[in-house]
Design a protein around this ligand. Structure first.
Ligand code: ARG
Length: 415
C-alpha cells in the first residue's frame, strides 16, 4: 500500500508549480528538485510579513536558482489589519501564552500562493514545511479551502534529502547559491508579530534557552535601569495611538517591538500541543504582542459587562484553535467574527503601562464606556451602593445551598 502510494506520488507531473520561497536552504533546494521530479516550470512566491529581510535579494536569488518568475509582495498591512487585529480583538493566545505570529501568517501566505497560482495558470503549489509540524496543515487546509483543484507538493515530506549535509551537497552539485553564513542550529520563524525559535539544545525541556537564541529581545538583566511609562489608545478593540500619537498598525507594532524588546519584555518559553499530536518546546519573542494583549484585555475588564467578558473568554479558546489549526477560511471563524466585532464596539479608551527590565505592568485604564462606577465601588464618602439590598440578595443566592445542607444533614442522621 505504501509503495503504491509513493509510486503514484512520484508519477504525478505538473506543468507549473508556484512555490513558497523564503530564500533559505530548504526552499532554494526545492526549486531544482521540483523541476527534476515533477518536470515543472517553477514560479516562486515570497510574502513580506515584516520579517525584516532583503526582498530584492531574495527575488534575485530565486531567479538565479532557476525560477522562471519570482513574485514578491509586501503583505504587512494586510497581515496587521486582516489577521493580527482580529486575533487581538479575540484575545487569542494559544494555550494561554503564544500570540501565534506564525499561525496567523500562514493562511495569508497560502492564500496569496493560491492567487499567484491562479493568475499564472499553474496547476500546483509547493511549500517547504516539514512533515511533523503545524505549518504543513495550515498551508494545505487553506489551499484546499480556496482552490481545491490545485495540486499540493510538500518536498520535505517526500525527498531523500533528509539532512542538511545532503541538501548542501545537492545544492553544490547544481551550482545553487547556499547561505555562506554559519547558520544557528535553530529553526527560526520571524515576522512583525513575533519570533519562534526551536530545536538545538532547547529540545531538552530542562535546558535554559541559550543567549544567542534571542533575536527581538535584550536579556532583561542587561536592560536599561529604571522604567518608562506609555499609554496605548484603543478604538473598537484595536490599538490606534501611543502616548496620544496616532499610528498605523505596522508602525505601532514596530514601535512597541523596539520599546519592549529593549527591556527584554515578551520572552515566552512553553511546551505546546501541536495539531499533529506531539508536544514541542517552543521559545517565542513577542514584545509588542505582549503589551497589546495585556492592555487590550485590561480595557475589556472595564468596558465589558461580566457576562460578556466571561463568555468571550470561552470563545477565545475556540478562536485560538481555529488560528492554530489553520482553519482560518472556514465558516466557524466567520460566525465568531460577528460576535467579536459586536463585543468590541465599546472597547475604546486608554491603558497606561510601566515597562521595566523583563516586566510590563498595567498602571491605569480609562474609557468613555467604562462600566466602573466609583460611587458604587467606593469605601469612602459618596457611596451609592445599597448595602441593605445585599442581605436579601444573599438570602436568595444562597437558597439552594441551604436546601442542600438540610438534605445532607438528614442523610447523615439516617445512616
Ligand atoms: N510552534 C509554532 C506554531 O506552530 C511556531 C512554529 C514556527 N516554526 C519555526 N520554524 N520555528 O505556530
Amino acid at each position: 500500500m505504501q509503495a503504491f502510494f509513493a509510486e503514484s506520488l512520484m508519477n504525478k507531473q505538473y506543468k507549473k508549480i508556484v512555490c513558497a520561497y523564503s530564500g533559505g536552504l530548504d526552499t532554494s533546494v526545492m526549486i531544482p528538485w521540483l523541476k527534476e521530479h515533477y518536470g515543472a516550470e517553477i514560479i516562486t512566491y515570497t510574502g513580506d510579513l515584516g520579517q525584516g529581510e532583503d526582498l530584492s535579494a531574495i527575488k534575485n536569488k530565486a531567479l538565479n536558482t532557476g525560477a522562471s518568475h519570482a513574485v514578491v509582495d509586501d503583505l504587512t498591512d494586510r497581515f496587521v489589519n486582516e489577521f493580527i487585529w482580529p486575533a487581538v480583538r479575540a484575545s487569542a493566545l494559544y494555550e494561554g501564552m503564544y500570540p501565534m505570529h506564525t499561525a496567523l501568517g500562514r493562511p495569508l501566505l497560502s492564500a496569496r500562493l493560491v492567487e499567484v497560482a491562479l493568475e499564472h495558470g499553474a496547476d500546483a503549489i509547493a511549500h517547504g514545511c516539514t512533515g511533523k509540524g503545524n505549518d504543513q496543515v495550515r498551508f494545505e487546509v487553506t489551499a484546499k479551502a480556496l482552490a481545491p483543484h490545485l495540486g499540493i507538493v510538500a518536498p520535505l515530506r517526500e525527498w531523500e534529502l533528509t539532512t542538511r549535509e545532503l541538501e548542501v551537497d545537492y545544492a553544490v552539485e547544481r551550482g545553487i547559491p547556499i547561505p555562506i553564513t554559519k547558520e544557528k542550529p535553530y529553526s527560526i520563524d520571524q515576522n512583525l508579530w513575533g519570533c519562534a525559535i526551536e530545536c538545538g539544545e532547547m529540545e531538552d525541556l530542562w535546558a535554559e534557552p541559550p543567549d544567542d537564541a534571542w533575536l527581538m529581545t535584550k536579556d532583561p538583566s542587561n536592560a536599561p535601569r529604571g522604567s518608562i511609562e506609555l499609554i496605548i489608545s484603543f478604538e473598537n478593540g484595536i490599538p490606534v495611538a501611543i502616548d496620544g500619537r496616532p499610528m498605523g498598525g505596522v508602525e505601532l507594532i514596530r514601535y512597541l517591538n523596539d520599546l519592549a524588546g529593549t527591556f527584554g519584555v515578551g520572552r515566552i518559553d512553553m511546551v505546546e500541543n501541536r495539531v499533529v499530536g506531539l508536544k514541542s518546546r517552543e521559545v517565542y519573542e513577542a514584545p509588542a504582542a505582549t503589551l497589546i494583549h495585556m492592555a487590550h484585555t485590561e480595557l475589556e475588564r472595564i468596558c465589558l459587562d461580566r457576562e460578556t467578558f466571561n463568555y468571550k473568554r470561552k470563545l477565545s479558546q475556540d478562536y485560538e484553535k481555529i488560528i492554530y489549526d489553520g482553519t482560518w477560511f472556514g465558516p466557524l471563524r466567520e460566525c465568531l467574527e460577528s460576535f467579536l466585532l459586536k463585543s468590541q464596539e465599546t472597547v475604546c479608551g486608554e491603558v497606561r503601562l510601566r515597562v521595566s527590565a523583563g516586566l510590563a505592568r498595567i498602571t491605569g485604564r480609562k474609557s468613555p464606556y467604562s462600566l466602573y462606577d466609583e460611587g458604587l465601588a467606593t469605601y469612602s464618602e459618596g457611596d451609592t451602593f445599597d448595602r441593605q439590598s445585599a442581605e436579601g440578595f444573599i438570602e436568595l443566592f444562597g437558597l439552594s445551598y441551604r436546601t442542600v445542607a438540610q438534605v445532607r444533614k438528614r442523610m447523615l442522621e439516617n445512616k
